[in-house]
Design a binder for this molecule. Structure first.
Ligand code: NAD
Length: 254
C-alpha cells in the first residue's frame, strides 16, 4: 500500500530530540524523505536518522544554528543538495519546530533573553519560511506547519511572558501568510501543543503538576501525539485546511 507522503521531501527544524524528533520519525514512516536539522548535538541527530533508516525510511542530518540568519541561509541552501540533489531544489513540507523557553518574571528579564526568544522562535521561522515558501510557490504545492503553543493564544500561567509573546507572533504569522499564499497551492497552518513531556518541559519537573491539572485529560502529552497532528496537516488531502492553528493540548485551553 502506498504511503501518504511518498516522494515528498520534508524539513523539520530542531529535530534531534523532543517533538521535532518524533515528527521527523513520523513523517518518514508516512513515506517522506526527511531533513533532520540540529544545532548542537550531532550524535542525537544521527540517532534520529539511524532510527528512521532502521525502520526502512529515508533521512539526512543537516547542521544549522537557527538562532542566526546565517543558519537559516545554510539550511535553505542544504535543500538543493538533499539526498544527492534528487529533489532538484523542490521541498514539499516545512515544519518550523525549533524553539526555546526561559522561565522567570518579565520585570527581571534580560535583553539576552529577549534576543534568544525572538531570534529562534520568531525571526528564524519567518526568514526560513520566506526562503522555502518561494520554492513551494514555484512548484504550486507545499505544506508549512509552525509549532506555536497553547501559550500562542492564551496565558494560563505567569512567568513565561517573553515566550508567550513569541508564540502569539508565530500564531499571527501563520494566519497572515495563509491569507497571502492561499491561492498558490501552499497551505500554512500551526499546531499549538499543550504540556508535552520533553527536555524543554519534563513532566517530573518542579511545578509540572500545576500544568498537568490545567489539562482535562490529567496528564502531559507525548511528542508522538503532536507528531500525529502535524502528519495530518501535511497530508496531500488536507488541502482545504489553511490558516488553522490546531490546538493539541489535552483540553488545557478548553
Ligand atoms: N514541550 C512542550 O510542552 C511544548 C509545548 C508547546 C510548544 N512547544 C514547542 O514545541 C517546539 C519543540 O519543543 P520541544 O518540547 O520538543 O523542545 P526541546 O527543547 O526538546 O527541543 C527543541 C529542539 O530545538 C532545537 N534547537 C534549539 N536551539 C536551536 C537552534 N539555535 N537552531 C536549531 N535548532 C535548535 C533543539 O536542538 C531541539 O531539537 C518548540 O517550538 C516549543 O516551543 C513545546
Amino acid at each position: 500500500m502506498s504511503k501518504p507522503l511518498e516522494n515528498k521531501l520534508a524539513l523539520v527544524t530542531g529535530s534531534s530530540r523532543g517533538i521535532g524528533a518524533a515528527t521527523a520519525i513520523r513523517l518518514a514512516a508516512d513515506g517522506a524523505s526527511v531533513i533532520v536539522n540540529y544545532a548542537a548535538s550531532p550524535d542525537r541527530a544521527k540517532a534520529v536518522v539511524d532510527e528512521i533508516k532502521k525502520a526502512g525510511g529515508r533521512a539526512e542530518a543537516v547542521s544549522a544554528d537557527l538562532s542566526s540568519p546565517e543558519g537559516v541561509k545554510t539550511l535553505n541552501a542544504a535543500i538543493d543538495q538533499a539526498f544527492g540533489g534528487e529533489f532538484g531544489g523542490r521541498i514539499d513540507i516545512l515544519v518550523n519546530n525549533a524553539g526555546v523557553v526561559e522561565f522567570g518574571p518579565f520585570l527581571e528579564s534580560s535583553d539576552e533573553s529577549y534576543d534568544k526568544h525572538f531570534n529562534l522562535n520568531v525571526r528564524s521561522p519567518i526568514e526560513l519560511t520566506k526562503l522555502i515558501a518561494k520554492r513551494m510557490v514555484k512548484a504550486s504545492s507545499g505544506r508549512i506547519v509552525n509549532i506555536s503553543s497553547a501559550f500562542g493564544e492564551a496565558a494560563p500561567l505567569a512567568g513565561v511572558t517573553m515566550y508567550i509573546a513569541t508564540k502569539f507572533a508565530l500564531h499571527g504569522f501563520t494566519r497572515g501568510l495563509s491569507r497571502e499564499l492561499g491561492s498558490t497551492g501552499v497551505t500554512v497552518n500551526g499546531v499549538q501543543p499543550g504540556p508535552i513531556n520533553t527536555e524543554l518541559s519534563p513532566e517530573d519537573a518542579p511545578g509540572a503538576d500545576v500544568m498537568k491539572k490545567l489539562t482535562s485529560v490529567g496528564r502531559f502529552g507525548k511528542p508522538e501525539e503532536i507528531a500525529a497532528a502535524i502528519a495530518f496537516l501535511v497530508r496531500p488531502d488536507s488541502s482545504f485546511i489553511n490558516g488553522e492553528n490546531l490546538t493539541v493540548d489535552g483540553g488545557w485551553n478548553a
